[in-house]
Design a protein. Sequence first.
Length: 232
Amino acid sequence: MRGSALDIRDLAKTFTLHVQGGVRLLVLDGVSLAVEPGECVVLADPSGAGKSTLLRAVYGNYLAQGGRVLVRHRGRVVDMVGAAPRLVLEIRRHTLGYVSQFLRVIPRVPTEQVVAGPLRAQGVDEGRARARARAMLERLRIPERLWSLSPVTFSGGEQQRVNVARVFVADYPILLLDEPTASLDAASRHEVVELIREARGRGAAVLGIVHDPQVRGEVATRIRTLAASEAP
């Protein structure tokens, strides 16, 4: 682990296809990589290689069959593989920010509350949380007339900007980014690139999937493939 914020060691993930006779599909096999504070490591494998599966395993959405996912959380190191559910939730609340490919929110919750939610969960008072949420929505060019509406009816690009806003509104030490600029226009892509750079500047460790070669070149400090191996 040394000074790493995130250290993945020999991670293995298998899916069992029950509707196809119990066939077992090995997706991740002995993946090892570490991400230091201030680094942005971008995975450059082709589609279907298991990149999103890796991020979900790190976040605790998928249970790995082998290996370790060591996360530096509030001064101690926690292995996400086998961690108690309550601890996983605590780590998500304070340490791990995750921009997934899809926006998942409770219907009818206004966009402003969706974006302020992570800060409120961290104990930030409502007024300050709302102010930061509004500033982030403005920066990502979500019109003010939409802030009181649920984002479930927004366009794909607007939903993705809300997805980015509710993660970058909080200063997570570790960021997992699954195609954060997908379906965004050029101006919005630029803002997301700047947010990633600012996160790195404050010392966040970033692990991301970026297929756009221009964006990848702008944010990556290191490019990795899942087939490559790192010494622990």
